[in-house]
Design a protein. Structure first.
Lengths: 542, 344
C-alpha cells in the first residue's frame, strides 16, 4: 500500500507540474480555475468503446474521453468542435470539413478516416454494435445487414452484401461527404451523439483492448485502465487543443446501488452525486440548499394506446382518457414531485417546446365526461393496463386506472406479470390488449427525435401502431426545411396532430436531482448532455 | 486417507455436472418464458431485428430451443460443456470457455477480478466468527448461569434476530456515516481509520481497512451460532470423565479448558464454521451490495437481476466447487480433532 500511495503522490506531482506548465501559455485559464480531483458518482458502464455504448453510465464517461464533430450549447444547439463546418444544400448530402490538429492519445491524427471507419464498423451487422441503429439513416445501411433466411432454422445468416456504407465518401484527409437516405435537417445535431464519435485505427484493430483502455481524442484520457466495478480514473489530456478540462483528474467511482453511493457522498467521499434516491430528495433539498440542483430532464414517460384494438380507435375516447388523468396529483402522491407533468410530447429543454402545447393533457374531469359521451360512451368493458414487472410501475398505473374509474366509470385491471424482455417484445409486435406504459429518451437534441421514431408510419419504436399521412408529411417537411425556424414550425404542426390524436397519452418528463460537495466552486449543467464534468471548477485545496 | 480423498474428489464430478445441468436448465427455462435478454438491452428503443440477431448469435443464445418453453436444450448443454461442436468447433467449459456477459466481457475475467474481494471479506468474516465466537462460547460455557453466560446468550439472540440487510444498513448509517463523519473532523485520527476503516463503502485506496466493517457484518451471521454451539459443547464436556481426570491430575484450569475440553468440543463447531463459509458466499450478495464491494456476491446479484445466464452459471459453478472443497476439508479435520475417527 505504501508503494501505491507513493506512486500516487508522484503522479499528482507530475500532473501538477504539467498543469503549472500550462498556465504559462498565453491562452490558458487563470490558474485558480484549474486543478484538483473531482470525484463523481457513477454506475458500471456497459462499454467504453463508442460503437458499443448506448447506456447513460457509459456515455457520461465517453464524453470526457472522446470528442465528436459537435457538442451542444446551453440551448441545445450544436456547436462545432472537431468539425469545421457541416453543410448541405438539400439536407440529404452533407459535407463535413474537419479542423486539423486534433489527435488521439496514441498520437494518431483525427482524420476523415477516423469517422468513416468508425461509422462503417458500427453499421456492419455482424459486428453486433449496439449503436448500429443510429446509422440507419445513412444511405447503404441496409446492405450491411443480413437476416437469417429461415428465422430459427438450421441455416445461418449470409454475409451482408457490402462491408462499407455507400453513403460515406472521403473527399480528402480532412473532409468527407455523407449521403442520407432521406433529407434530414437535424443531421448536425445528430452527430453529437456518442455513437458518432471518431475511433482510432488502433482501436478498431483491438476492440477489446480499447474497451479496457480507451484511446480517445477528448479533454481527458484514462489513467491505467478501466477497473471494473471499482472506478474509471481520468486525467487531463494536455494534447487536446480545444477548451481544456478544469480539474486535474476525474474519478468516476462505480457503485452498484444508488443508496450506497449516497451514503458515501454524505461521508464526504464524492463531489458530485447524480440522481439523489427518491426517499432522500426532500431531506437533501433542506440539507444542501444551493448545492442541491433540480431541473427537468428529457426522459419521457407515456401510456401507449393499442390502436389495432377497435375499442381505442375513436380519438375522442383517447382524449377522454387523457383528460381524466390528474398528472400533477400522481406525481406529488407517488413520486414526491420528482417529475414534471407533460405539456406536450417534446422535452421542455428542447428548441420548439411550447408551454401548454397539449390541451388534452390538463386534468378536466367534466370535459372528460362530456367528450366520452360525445363519443357514445365506453362500451369496451374492463380495461387492462400493462406495465413491466418489478420496476415499480404498479403504483402510478393504478392511480391512472383509479382516475378513470372515478371520473369516467371505466373499470380496469393491472397486468404487471411480464419481465422486461418479454414486455418489450410484446410492444414491438403490437400485442398489448390495453394501454401500456413505455418511455422514451432523445438520441440528439432535435425536435424530430420525439416524433418520428414514436409516431411515424412504421417508425422504429412506434408501439401503438399509429399511422397518419398528415403527420408523416409534417415531419418530412421539417426534415427538409432550409432553416431551423422553418423546421421547428413544421415539427410543431406535427406535435399538434399528435396531441389531438393522442396515439399515446403523454404523462411526464423526468427530473434531474443532483447534489454537489463544498469542494465544487462552479457546477456546470447542460440540459442535453447533463453535468459537464470537464467544465466544473473546484475550490483550491485547503 | 489418500484413497478416501480420491474417492471424495471423484464424487465432485457428478455433483458439478448435476449443478451445471440444473443451472443450464433453469436459465434456459427463464429465457424461454421471459424472452430474449438482448432485446432488453435496448429498452424503449426498438432495435432492428438484424442487430438483435447478430448480438444473440455472438452470445451463443441463438439456439431455437431457447424459444420453446420446457425444452431442456440438451444439445446446447453439451455444446456449453464442450462435448459437442458449435459451428464446427468445440468450445465450452472443458476448454475453459465460460462465455461472456451480454456486453461481451468474459465470465472468467469477471470472476477472476471479483474473487479476490470476496476471499478477503470471507477471511475477515471467518476470523471474526471463529475467534470471537469460540472465545465467547468458552467464556459462557465455563460457568453456566454466570454473568458472561447471560451476556452471550442475550447478545446472540439479538444478532440472530436482526436480518443481515437491516444490520448492514444500520451499521452503514450509524457507524460509517454518522460516527465516521465525526471521526473525519478529528485531526488526530489517521485517514486509514477515518476514511478507510469507517468509510461507508469499499475504497480502492484502503483495500483491506475498508473491508473490515463489511466483513464483520458478514461474520456476525454465523458468530451467534458458533458461540452458542461452543457454549453447549463446552458445558457438556466439562462434566465428562476425562475432564474430571485432568482436574484430578492437578492440571491448571487453562490447560483443562484450552486443550482437553475445547479440542473435544470443536467437532460440531468446525462443522458449523465450514457451513458458515458457504453461507458467507450467499450472504455476500447482500453485504457486498450494501457496502459496494465489487466481489462475487455483488456480481451474482447483478447477473440475476439482468438475466445474465452465462455469468450466473459460471459463478455458481465456482461456488459449488468451493463448497465441495470446504466440506471435504471439514471432514478431514474431524480426524485431526478426534483420533477415534479414521478414514480408510
Amino acid at each position: 500500500m505504501r508503494g501505491k500511495s507513493l506512486k500516487a503522490a508522484v503522479a499528482t506531482a507530475a500532473v501538477a507540474l504539467i498543469a503549472a506548465g500550462c498556465t504559462s501559455t498565453p491562452d490558458a485559464e487563470t490558474p485558480t480555475d484549474v486543478g484538483g480531483e473531482l470525484r463523481i458518482y457513477a454506475s458500471e458502464p456497459a462499454s467504453l468503446f463508442p460503437p458499443m455504448a448506448d447506456d447513460n453510465p457509459s456515455i457520461v464517461i465517453i464524453r470526457q474521453l472522446y470528442k465528436g464533430l459537435v457538442e451542444y450549447d446551453a440551448k441545445g444547439a450544436p456547436v462545432n468542435v472537431i468539425a469545421d463546418s457541416i453543410t448541405s444544400t438539400d439536407n440529404k448530402v452533407w459535407t463535413i470539413k474537419l479542423k486539423s490538429g486534433f489527435k488521439f492519445t496514441n498520437d494518431e491524427a483525427v482524420t476523415a478516416d477516423s469517422f468513416i471507419d468508425a461509422w462503417n464498423f458500427t453499421a456492419y451487422g455482424p459486428n453486433a454494435a449496439t449503436n448500429s441503429y443510429f446509422l440507419s439513416s445513412i444511405a447503404g445501411y441496409d446492405e450491411l445487414q443480413a437476416t437469417d433466411p429461415d428465422g430459427d432454422g438450421p441455416k445461418t445468416a449470409p454475409e451482408p452484401a457490402a462491408k462499407t456504407l455507400s453513403g460515406l465518401k472521403k473527399l480528402d484527409d480532412t473532409s468527407f461527404e455523407v449521403t442520407l437516405k432521406k433529407p434530414f435537417s437535424g443531421f448536425p445535431a445528430q452527430v453529437g451523439y456518442s455513437g458518432f464519435f471518431p475511433v482510432a485505427k488502433a482501436c478498431l484493430a483491438d476492440v477489446k483492448g480499447c474497451t479496457e483502455k480507451p484511446i480517445g481524442n477528448g479533454p481527458y484520457k484514462i489513467e491505467g485502465s478501466w477497473e471494473h466495478n471499482v472506478q474509471v480514473k481520468l486525467s487531463r489530456n494536455d494534447a487536446y487543443t480545444a477548451s481544456k478540462g478544469k480539474a486535474d483528474t476525474l474519478t468516476f467511482k462505480i457503485y452498484d446501488k444508488q443508496e450506497t453511493g449516497y451514503a458515501d457522498f454524505k461521508a464526504g467521499e464524492l463531489d458530485i452525486f447524480e440522481s439523489v434516491p427518491s426517499a432522500e430528495v426532500k431531506a437533501a433539498k433542506q440539507q444542501y440548499g444551493e448545492r442541491f440542483f433540480q431541473k427537468p430532464s428529457n426522459t419521457f414517460t407515456y401510456v401507449g394506446m393499442p390502436l389495432n384494438d377497435a375499442r381505442f380507435q375513436n380519438k375522442q375516447i383517447r382524449q377522454a382518457l387523457s383528460l381524466a388523468i390528474d398528472r400533477q396529483a400522481i406525481i406529488d402522491a407517488v413520486f414526491d414531485g420528482r417529475f414534471s407533468a407533460a405539456q406536450g410530447v417534446v422535452s421542455p429543454n428542447f428548441l420548439g417546446y411550447r408551454d401548454g402545447a397539449c390541451p388534452n393533457c390538463k386534468y378536466d374531469p367534466a370535459k372528460a365526461k362530456q367528450v366520452l359521451e360525445a363519443a357514445g360512451g365506453w362500451k369496451g368493458g374492463k380495461i387492462t393496463l400493462w406495465a413491466n414487472a418489478g420496476a415499480g410501475h404498479e403504483k402510478w398505473m393504478q392511480a391512472v386506472g383509479d382516475g378513470w374509474k372515478k371520473d369516467l366509470g371505466i373499470d380496469y385491471e393491472l397486468n404487471t406479470t411480464l419481465q422486461f424482455p418479454e414486455y418489450l417484445a410484446k410492444g414491438d409486435a403490437h400485442q398489448f390488449t390495453g394501454p401500456f406504459r413505455l418511455g422514451w429518451g432523445p438520441d440528439y437534441p432535435w425536435f424530430e427525435t420525439y416524433l418520428a421514431p414514436l409516431y411515424y408510419t412504421k417508425g422504429s419504436s412506434n408501439a401503438s401502431g399509429y399511422t397518419n399521412p398528415a403527420f408523416d408529411a409534417a415531419v418530412d417537411e421539417g426534415n427538409a426545411a432550409k432553416t431551423q425556424e422553418e423546421g421547428v414550425k413544421a415539427y410543431q404542426k406535427a406535435e399538434d396532430i399528435i396531441v389531438d390524436d393522442l396515439p399515446v397519452i403523454p404523462m411526464w418528463f423526468g427530473m434531474v436531482s443532483d447534489v454537489y460537495s463544498e469542494n465544487v466552486k462552479t457546477f456546470v449543467f447542460n440540459p442535453i448532455s447533463g453535468v459537464e464534468y470537464d467544465k466544473i471548477v473546484l475550490n483550491p485545496a485547503k | 486417507m489418500g484413497r478416501y480423498v480420491i474417492r471424495r474428489l471423484l464424487q465432485f464430478i457428478p455433483t458439478v455436472l448435476g449443478t451445471l445441468f440444473l443451472l443450464h436448465y433453469l436459465t434456459s427455462v427463464g429465457m424461454q418464458l421471459t424472452g430474449n435478454p438482448v432485446r432488453a438491452l435496448f429498452g424503449d428503443r426498438t432495435p432492428s431485428p438484424a442487430t438483435v440477431e447478430a448480438i444473440t448469435r455472438k452470445l451463443g443464445l441463438d439456439d431455437p430451443c431457447l424459444k420453446s418453453p420446457g425444452n431442456p436444450c440438451l444439445e446446447l448443454f453439451w455444446q456449453r460443456l464442450g462435448l459437442a461442436p458449435r459451428n464446427g468447433t468445440f468450445s465450452g467449459y472443458l476448454q475453459g470457455d465460460f462465455g461472456t456477459n451480454l456486453r461481451f466481457r468474459e465470465v472468467t475475467d469477471i470472476v477472476s477480478t471479483a474473487l479476490p474481494y470476496t476471499l478477503k471479506i470471507t477471511l475477515i468474516a471467518f476470523l471474526v466468527e471463529a475467534i470471537i465466537g469460540i472465545i465467547a462460547g468458552v467464556l459462557a460455557g465455563k460457568r453456566s448461569g454466570g454473568f458472561m453466560d447471560y451476556v452471550v446468550k442475550i447478545g446472540t439472540v439479538l444478532v440472530i434476530s436482526v436480518p443481515v440487510f437491516v444490520l448492514g444498513l444500520l451499521v452503514q448509517l450509524f457507524v460509517s456515516v454518522k460516527f465516521g463523519n465525526w471521526l473525519r473532523t478529528q485531526e488526530w485520527v489517521p485517514e486509514v481509520i477515518s476514511r478507510g476503516l469507517f468509510g461507508a463503502a469499499y475504497k480502492i485506496d484502503y483495500p483491506f481497512a475498508s473491508l473490515v466493517i463489511p466483513g464483520v457484518v458478514l461474520g456476525l451471521l454465523g458468530l451467534a451460532a458458533t458461540a452458542r454451539l461452543t457454549r453447549t459443547s463446552v458445558q457438556e464436556n466439562l462434566r465428562a470423565d476425562f475432564v474430571r481426570t485432568a482436574r484430578a491430575k492437578g492440571l491448571t484450569g487453562k490447560r483443562v479448558i484450552g486443550v482437553h475440553t475445547l479440542r473435544n468440543s470443536l467437532i460440531p463447531v468446525v462443522t458449523n464454521l465450514g457451513l458458515s463459509v458457504a453461507v458467507y458466499l450467499t450472504g455476500a450478495i447482500i453485504t457486498e451490495g450494501i457496502f459496494n464491494v465489487p466481489g462475487v456476491g455483488n456480481q451474482i446479484g447483478k447477473a440475476i437481476f439482468q438475466g445474465e445466464s452465462m455469468v450466473l452459471i459460471g459463478i455458481t459453478t465456482m461456488l459449488v466447487l468451493a463448497y465441495l472443497t470446504i466440506t471435504l476439508l471439514v471432514d478431514l479435520l474431524y480426524a485431526v480433532l478426534d483420533p477415534r475417527i479414521r478414514y480408510e
